[in-house]
Design a binder for this molecule. Sequence first.
Ligand code: PEP
Ligand code: MG
Length: 837
Amino acid sequence: MVGIVIVSHSKKLAAGVEELAQQMVQGAVRSAIAAGIDDPENPFGTDAMQIYHAIESVYSDEGVVVLMDLGSAILSAEMALEFLQEDQRDKVRLCEAPLVEGTIAAVVQAANGANIEQVLAEARGSLAAKTAQLSGFVGVTHTVPLQLSNVEVEQASKEIYLSVQNQMGLHARPAAKFVATASRFQSDITLRNVTVTSESVNAKSINQVITLGVHQGDEIAIAAAGNDATEALAALQQLVVSNFGETISQSLAANPLPETLTAANGQLWGIPASPGIAIGPVILYQPAVAEVTEHLGDNPQESWQQLQDAIATACQELQTLRHQVAEQVGEEEATIFDAHLLCLSDPAIVEAARQRIFDYTLDAVSAWKVVVARTVRSYEALKDPYLKARAADVRDVGQRVLRLLTGVASTPLDFKQPAILVATDLTPSETAHLNPRKVLGICMIAGGATSHSGILARSLGIPAVVGVDAELLGLENGTVIALDGETGQVWVQPEEAELRDLQTQRDRQRHVQQEQRTAAQQPAVTQDGRSIKVVANIGGVADAQVALDNGAEGVGLLRSEFLYFDRESLPTEEEQLEQYEAIASILSPHPLIIRTLDIGGDKPLSYLNVAPEPNPFLGWRGIRCLLDCPDILKTQLRAILRTTHKYPIKVMFPMIACLKEIRAAKEILATAQAELYRAGIPFNESMEVGMMVEVPAAVAMAEKLAAEVDFFSIGTNDLSQYVMASDRTNPKVATLADAFEPAVLRMIQQTIQAARHRGIWVGVCGELASSPLAAPILVGLGVDELSINPPAIGAVKASVGRLRIENAQAIAHEVLQLNSAEAVREYVAKNARGSTT
Ligand code: PEP
Ligand code: MG
């Protein structure tokens, strides 16, 4: 039977609650109290050791539920868990239910022979009846007690309910954005996963937010109390409805791969984490772990200072690492370290460690270790494999600080010879430091495909299998193994025939990769000699080199809004100039098209404090914001113009729907030019000026608009959503916004015809251009330039290279007559020469 422990500051209170509860079940349940302290002067308090003994006295394998009153009772109970054996600790659960109601419910349920989960559930629901009876109404604005990590406040609070729609819910990156946004406001803010629990957590704590386990489709309640509560809720609402700024590809990147862990005769199977075949000698990696035994400190102030210093140094190290990863791997991968940095400022960790130093006089090392261990356990207890894998991140950050506190250096992962790394676990920081030329492959005992180490291995192009049987750790250094990061298979000392077979497969893979890389560096020319310019879509400096490495002949779309995000205020003219010059100098002599700021829709700019709109995609976005804030546009145009005398730069305006808008934008450009001219600042007076065609009205007016600009760039992402009247971010209808729909293709044809008529050139920069299957249609319709995602360049160039213009024109002509996007895809796949996938 489950045992019950009652913890209170007051012995009388605990004894009374126990008596009341036992009287309901005629003393049938094993219970114990841990209450008060041994100080006749001040008997109120709690003692971790006393709680530990109480747990021991009622312990059985069926488990123990501990109920507490408040404040330090919770800390003492958490501390008591640290004294238990590992296997016992897993069976003891602290219950957040109110002491009186919760204890009675728990005791009654335990007496019925319920298991520990049922006892906990009953205790947690014990307030429901009282709430139903006493609460007047539940509305959008009402009073709720905010349960923050260590504070309890009760004040007027506003609450909103939202549904989380991004693919992975509040996993590390969205959670980091959520916490960063909440932290900008002074109000106390809590978050509740309405779908799962009635428990609220501190919205400014990364660990509490993540461990809430919010998944796609869950309803959340965000409550804020304070002077800026309304603004805070608006900003958080904007973040949630914009799917945390996640693009579909980012969402998919976070999508867990199937977990297929089985061991079979001689060969091992793990979870495929990064594709590719690797063959080589093993190097076993043993990380330097700072081993710590708990000590009491004699100077809490000094211990606290030591901990703060170590945290500050750890933050600096992480900033440097983040910078390196952003430069070498990519901005998206670097955001992993943002979550690490947030951990280091998380009140659930830092404040808890501070309390252990001052309330229990633990030294800095012990306090930090205890708090990190508890946080790691709470992640490991989660069912969701993605969230569970976040335990590795907290452990990584925890070890970093511990190493700084104890002076234990981290083991360098520097190989003399190329080898396969076998490790129990690799932290994201360790993985980020790996040299892909030396590390042929990675085999990890721990981990899941969505661990950040797995994500980084994929970005570094190192084949990896994770979750492999621990017997691998028994191998001698130098033993030859092979792994296939696509199937998850691992061979230990493969037989000769097998080895030859694997080597052939590996060499074939390398050959195909090499071929694609080489093709990507060649111009895209059709069989009959027509050149199509293939350029890249990028978001900032870090992407420019990546674009070139992938074979881009310049940039057809710099989404300049990304230079405005992740900061507190608008970038100045000088800051922008620096960024544009940095990008242009990497690309030089290739051209760069800068699209002016395109915010709104799913890209809110938080510091402009724009009130949430009912229809953001039909609202204040793109050129509409810029014309309402001419100074923002003029500053950006001045920065762009100042880059033009050195580099081949073009500018284009987003979301143009009518002549009035393009003319107004050009007027602001003329003002910026006049100002520079008067100030004697050099710029290229004949810089090409273009516009995005992404609103159906612009297509209808394309003939007239073409007279105003030097080029059109067709944004098929927005054009599809507006033509098909389906929000591109709403999963329920987003598939309707398919650029392969004949309706959208006809709009593209109309735009190209108008441009031809007026003698201007046309590019396509929406996602359609990144599809090798769309290349025959777009080339057949007559586009001059395709601006695409860098990784797709090789395949699109290859698709163009297989075409004959006549054939492409016939395909384009035919698909415009078809009935659906599916029919179009099918037709192209069948009729374009060679493989187009
Ligand atoms: C588009 O709409 O197709 C486009 C390229 O712009 P964005 O995706 O940035 O809205
Ligand atoms: Mg667009």
